[in-house]
Each structure stands twice: as structure tokens, then as C-alpha cells.
Design a protein around this ligand. Sequence first.
Ligand code: NI
Ligand code: MN
Length: 224
Amino acid sequence: MPTIKINYLGHSAVLLRGSKNILIDPFITGNPKASLKVEEIPKIDFVLVTHDHPDHFGDAIEIAKRDKATLVAIFEISQKPEVVESKIKVVGMNIGGTYRQDGIVVSMTEAIHSATVGSPAGFVVEMDGKRMYHAGDTSYWSDMGLIPKLFGELDVAFLPIGGHFTMDIKQAVLAVNDLKPKLTIPIHYNTWPVISADPKIFEESCLPFIVKVLLPGETEDLGV
Ligand code: NI
Ligand code: MN
């Protein structure tokens, strides 16, 4: 079983490198914390977008087009004129649904947030025997504990901690206690002053759950 390399690209952008390369919320262009340029991103197989706010949709079309990757998003995003006109491969799905291709399993989960079209969402991604949850932009909600019940134990959870648009640290700690992931990686903070947060406070507040703070550009190996 290959290991998965988790590469944090800044803000909510996460690259999962395993038997396939999966890029979630590819906000690179215009992201003051982006750790690399779009042209430095390796070949992507799947681009997952949690919702259509520009700090998540980002460079999704450009990257999907470049690599002939499959864009996975909520149905209404798949119908947006710029997506249809780009002729990229797109899978429009919805919350509660699961999409399988090439050994990758992608389930779409609830998120409490807003969007221009469709609904905001999160993803549970299974690859190479590992299960990863990306919450997208969301508030805490009382049924987050359903996610591991529905989809199984989480090896890693990517959770927003910046507040203002999403959960803050206090809420994200509640989320960790419900989700019980083996590892949590904080996202969506310190990109701009309005979402300032100290990830060390989050790390300490989550104990005994394990938090790994990644700086943009840093990588964490999910071993076997
Ligand atoms: Ni948003
Ligand atoms: Mn956002």
C-alpha cells in the first residue's frame, strides 16, 4: 500500500498525492499564502471543489483543463456556464452521494455556509486505504459526529479554524471531538487578517487528539 503525501498549499488548498493526485479547493492565483504557482502543481487526476466562492474554486478550471482531470463538485457548479464552456470533465454530485472512479471514492458531506450556486459541501475521500475529510467552509454543527459513523474512521481531517467565515478554534475543537480523526490539519486561517488564528492554541486545545500544523508548502506523510 503506497503512502499518501499531504501537501498543504495554503488557505484551503490541499494536494493529496497517492495512487492518484487529488487537489482540493485549488485557490492558487491571488492567494497571498499560496506556496507555489499553478504551473508548479504536478499532474492532477481529480480536482475537488467544496463550493464556488473564489477562495475555493480558484484555478479549478485551468488545472482540470491542463491535466484533463475530472472536476468533482456540487451539481449546480457542474452546470455553470464557465464550466460547461470549458469542456472539462466534470462530475456534478450532491450531499449524501458517493462517486467512485479509478479506485478513488469521493463522498459529499454537509457544510453550514453559503454559496453563489448550489450548496456548500465537504468531502470524504478514500484512496489507498486511507480516509480523509476536508470540511470546506463550515460552521460547527451538532451532527458532525455522523461523518465517521456514515463513512468510517477518519485518518485525517482538514478543518477551518480562522473564524469570521467559518468555525473558529473553539468550534473546531468541538468538531475534532466529534469527528475523532487520527490526525487533524488546520486550514482557512491567517490568509488575511480577518481570519487570523493561532494554530498552536488549536493544537493544545485538541489534546489528546493530534493536530499537525503545516505551513503552506509543507508535506505530511500518511503512512501505512
Ligand atoms: Ni466560502
Ligand atoms: Mn472560504
